[in-house]
Design a protein around this ligand. Structure first.
Ligand code: MN
Length: 312
């Protein structure tokens, strides 16, 4: 059954919602503005502007709202939707993987894949493992120190110098991440062998097809057992544990960088990192930058401008 996806402005989505006012559903999926159901079509509009029409009447129904996107999405896809995970997924034995540092100007990218057996889920909950976005660094460090001996995991750290080389050679950040996730997962599979996980869940950063395109020349994990989802930390504790361990590794690396810089370097990619990078250049020279930052970020140029200004 073909689905149709339209991209519409929020004004148009509000208009649609009014049109379907008699057919709105009480239960709506996360991230949606509304869901409605006609006799032969389910309509779900998302905050992102995507409007999904599903069912035998999807083409006709989408037709009311102007030109349909020519590409119909397959009715069932694992990518990006948690609705397609096996039943009872959160209670399975799963390898989860997640990364940290991709949006930070300073510091590496750290990727961790972690294996959480179903028997260990209650213990991990007890230890406070949950979505790391709800936890501060202090708490993350405390939890990581305990779970690193409970959970088999593998850490990949892509240091700045290597990152900058790969980036300069034309590799996208998406591909770097895919390679790191793939390597981390393979290592964990090796560690736990001959035990096999029920499933592998990757916190999604690209479409599934793109991911497998990126790793096609690598030894890669069998596709059947791999699931992708955004906000995967909430779907299985293995991803939450991976995320905590990746952040722990990132924070530790960050401390080393701060020590090398001789002052506390900030996270993120805001104005404060421009200032810090300028300070670093003034202190140690521009040549050290590739060891500290992701050079292709716009922050590099901003920092250099600040330096020129300061030098007058
Ligand atoms: Mn993630």
């Amino acid at each position: 059954m073909a689905n149709v996806v339209l991209n519409r402005s929020m004004n148009e989505i509000v208009e649609m919602k009014n049109y379907y006012s008699g057919k709105l559903q009480d239960k709506t999926p996360p991230g949606s503005v509304f869901a409605a159901k006609t006799s032969n079509c389910t309509i779900t509009a998302y905050k992102s502007g995507k409007v999904l029409f599903q069912g035998s009447g999807s083409e006709a129904e989408a037709g009311r709202w102007g030109q349909a996107a020519p590409k119909a999405v397959p009715a069932k896809t694992k990518a990006g939707s948690n609705g397609n995970l096996p039943a009872g997924f959160s209670q399975l034995s799963v390898i989860g993987s997640d990364e940290v540092g991709t949006g930070d100007f300073f510091g590496p990218i750290t990727v961790v894949a972690a294996y959480v057996r179903k028997e260990d889920i209650p213990l991990l909950k007890e230890l406070g493992v949950r979505d790391s976005k709800d936890l501060n660094d202090e708490k993350i460090i405390a939890i990581a120190k305990v779970i690193k001996d409970v959970v088999p995991f593998s850490l990949m750290t892509l240091k700045n110098e290597k990152y900058n080389q790969l980036q300069a050679s034309g590799m996208s950040q998406g591909k770097m991440k895919a390679l790191l996730h793939n390597q981390a997962i393979l290592k964990v599979l090796e560690k736990i062998s001959p035990v096999k996980p029920d499933a592998i869940l990757i916190d999604q950063f690209v479409q599934e097809s793109t991911y497998f395109q990126h790793v096609k020349n690598q030894k890669a994990v069998a596709r059947e057992n791999v699931y992708f989802s955004t906000k995967a930390e909430g779907l299985h504790l293995a991803v939450a544990a991976a995320s905590i361990l990746a952040r722990y590794a990132f924070v530790q690396y960050f401390d080393k960088l701060s020590e090398a810089a001789g002052f506390r370097i900030p996270k993120g990619a805001g104005a404060q990192v421009d200032e810090a990078a300028a300070k670093l250049i003034l202190k140690k020279g521009r040549d050290v930058l590739p060891q500290f930052v992701k050079l292709h970020f716009a922050n590099t140029e901003k920092a250099v401008k600040l330096v020129n200004k300061k030098r007058g």
